[in-house]
Design a protein around this ligand. Structure first.
Ligand SMILES: [Zn+2]
Length: 279
């Protein structure tokens, strides 16, 4: 029979080790900031007062078009990491984004977690989304943001094979999924803005649509406040100095439009990681 003394702390040590292991796994696989598995830029390195607003999980009407309306009125451009299944649902909203001068990146086809874990399923997610982008919009995005920011070694291999630029960012509000008021959402987003920031908003939710009224309202406030502070708005490809789209055969188009500026990538975390609920 084991002695009682000396073993009281053992379950706590096991729990502590488990918590540390979970934290390490989160940091490596899902943190916006970890570069452990490969380059995953969450900002562009610049001293110019410019930020890239990004929107995931759409198109999702009427919110995507509402956001596009605010951006258009302000003369601002953004990057939309669209889901293939959502483009099939709202192709006209996606076309409007392109017409307005925004850049579309890929966020996979279904946004289902189990489709992002294995290599074969992830490859199918990427390729099926590519077919939707090409069929409905005539483009092949070169920018890819994995759902939930989930990274595996397979993702980096596939990104190399498919000439994709992986993109992270900073969550505009840690609880955006619960749709806090536009004012609260905007305050946190504006507080995070620095030269070169890539801010993550959601115009949809998990490829299922849903109410994103607070996000849409916050975008108007964020654009107004950041403009008043002297910030400009750019797209992720320009911020990172990469091409936004690939040729039809999958190779990258040459980077650089007249307004493009090559910028080196941030090498590592600039601040402690925050927590988030969904991406
Ligand atoms: Zn997402």
């Amino acid at each position: 029979m084991p002695a009682a003394t000396g073993r009281r702390g053992h379950p706590r040590r096991v729990l502590a080790a488990g918590a540390l292991g979970a934290a390490a796994s989160y940091w490596t696989l899902m943190s916006p900031y970890s570069q452990r598995l490969g380059t995953f830029p969450y900002r562009g390195e610049t001293t110019e007062p410019v930020v890239a607003l990004t929107f995931d999980d759409g198109p999702n009407e009427p919110y995507t078009s509402r956001i596009a309306g605010f951006l258009s009125e302000a003369g601002a451009v953004a990057t939309f990491f669209a889901v293939g299944a959502c483009i099939e649902r709202h192709p006209e909203a996606a076309r409007r984004l392109l017409r307005d001068g925004h850049v579309l990146g890929s966020h996979g086809y279904s946004h289902r977690f189990e489709r992002c874990a294995g290599r074969a399923r992830l490859r199918d997610e990427i390729d099926r989304a590519d077919e939707v982008f090409l069929g409905h919009l005539g483009i092949r995005p070169a920018l890819f943001r994995p759902p939930w920011l989930l990274r595996t070694p397979a993702l980096f291999e596939l990104a190399r094979e498919r000439s994709l630029q992986l993109v992270s960012g900073e969550f505009a509000h840690v609880l955006e999924v619960f749709q806090p008021s536009p004012g609260r959402l905007a305050r946190q987003a504006v507080g995070k803005a620095r030269p070169g920031s890539i801010l993550i908003f959601h115009d949809g939710f998990d490829a299922k649509g849903g109410d994103r009224g607070s996000t849409a309202g916050a975008v108007e406030l964020v654009v107004r406040e950041l403009s008043a502070r002297g910030f400009g708005f750019t797209t992720v490809d320009r911020l990172l100095g990469v091409a936004p789209y690939r040729e039809a055969d999958g190779t990258r188009e040459p980077a650089g439009s007249p307004t493009s500026r090559p910028l080196s990538l941030a090498a590592g975390p600039r601040r402690p990681p925050g927590t988030h609920v969904a991406c």
